[in-house]
Ligand binder design. Sequence first.
Ligand code: G6P
Ligand code: MG
Length: 213
Amino acid sequence: MSRFKAVIFDLDGVITDTAHYHYLAWKQLAESQGVHFDHAFNENLKGIDRMGSLDLILASAPRSYTPEEKLALADTKNLHYQELISTMSSNDLLPGAVEALDAVRRAGLRIGLASVSKNAFTVLGRLGITDKFDYVVDAATIARSKPDPEIFLRAAQELGVAPADCLGVEDAVAGVAAIKAAGMFALGIGHPFVLTEADVVITSLQQFNLSAY
Ligand code: G6P
Ligand code: MG
């Protein structure tokens, strides 16, 4: 039994470790522009859309960029990222992810995906789990990146569930903030010292227990 009517999952870092591929692609791009890039900085980019991430990186660059140059750099990063994800398969599902999705389904709740990645449909396809979702938000139709609640509110609306009846699952600080701003219960995947705004934090979906929240 669950007091919720829907669970809305983030993708990168929750269901699969594409967060690592984003890290590799951004690191190469940042260093090509003379910007130091490490895991601590990457933490700030989780859940932030492509152009927003690029702006954060280029803020420490030695020069400024025209909008055209920025678009070209974003494309370069995305092509590298797409190359990295091109060999993904169901082997890249994080432990507990399928079990969590199946548990939500068995409990009779609706299932949504709220990722600001424009590659989310490709990644779901490669993982072989597209069918497990009742609704996947198309990031291309979202105007404001997390921490804005827009993407979670859209998912709830399309699932036909009130935000207060939704459980959101996120690994990013910005994502947890978006869930809370949407008026939902936030389940963090990661460390409680990092995801301080989350209602509950677990280390991976292996610990997912719907009836406990
Ligand atoms: C997710 C990731 C971010 C990434 C964003 C956009 O939110 O956590 O690190 O920048 O998606 O991804 P995209 O595939 O559209 O570049
Ligand atoms: Mg994430």
